[in-house]
Design a protein around this ligand. Structure first.
Ligand SMILES: O=P(O)(O)OC[C@H]1O[C@H](OP(=O)(O)OP(=O)(O)O)[C@H](O)[C@@H]1O
Ligand SMILES: O=c1cc[nH]c(=O)[nH]1
Ligand SMILES: [Mg+2]
Length: 212
């Protein structure tokens, strides 16, 4: 498994405003969107392209276009939904699948309440969107759904990760697939409630408000 920490001053700036507890929801949503566009640029470095002959107004030339089969982007609801538009802006031909997952904050187990993915993902480049990789349980469950459908090329796009979550995901992936995690920052640790420290709090609540 490869980890790519997208180290860039603009990413650091946006991340700092996101982390600030005083940043209101509307600004938080806007910043997640902007941040994802920057992360998507890194995450799609190896997206498949095919040479294509075209004519410019001046001369014929050969360019490169996104290949078929189309990549698939999978936001993990709720919080991953805040990353969808920023990602598809850069990957306009992508297909979108959905996973709805919720971490039980007491048991840390994952409940999957929505699953809308193509049955066959073999040969497809998959991009999983979830801002927070904390214990890693959610990302392990999400990538398992993709592997079960034949995906072998998966990029996880996250805003923050904890070292514990990266380790758990790496163990779970093993040599089952080629997985890359692109993240704006790897934080210090998890606290006793398994929240990322210093983190940014509950990403879903900060994006969409609190729903019990
Ligand atoms: O790595 P983990 O320990 O599994 O935690 C990370 C998960 O927690 C958050 O979702 P949450 O369960 O709060 O759902 P939400 O997006 O609806 O708020 C976050 O968006 C991840 O999906
Ligand atoms: O820090 C954390 C951990 C899990 N989920 C979040 O939204 N934030
Ligand atoms: Mg949440």
């Amino acid at each position: 498994m490869r980890i790519h920490v997208a180290d860039h001053p603009l990413i650091a700036h946006k991340l700092t405003v996101l982390r600030d507890r005083q940043t209101p929801s509307a600004t938080f949503r806007q910043l997640v969107d902007e941040l994802v566009t920057l992360l998507a640029y890194e995450a799609t470095r190896e997206v498949a392209v095919t040479e294509t002959a075209i004519n410019t107004p001046v001369a014929p030339t050969v360019g490169r276009k996104l290949s078929e089969p189309r990549p698939i982007v999978v936001p993990v609801l709720r919080a991953g939904l805040g990353m969808l538009e920023g990602m598809t802006r850069l990957l306009p031909t992508a297909e979108v699948g959905f996973l709805g997952m919720r971490r039980d904050d007491d048991t840390l187990e994952i409940e999957t309440y929505a699953n809308r993915l193509p049955d066959d993902l073999s040969g497809r480049q998959c991009y999983v969107l979830d801002p927070m990789l904390a214990t890693g349980h959610t990302m392990v469950a999400a990538t398992d759904y993709l592997f079960e459908r034949g995906a072998r090329d998966v990029t996880c796009v996250c805003v923050l990760a904890a070292p514990e979550g990266i380790e758990t995901l790496e163990k779970a992936v093993g040599d089952r697939a080629d997985v890359t995690v692109v993240v704006a920052a790897v934080d210090e640790c998890l606290n006793d409630k398994s929240y990322i420290v210093p983190g940014l709090g509950d990403a879903g609540d900060r994006l969409y408000g609190i729903v019990d």
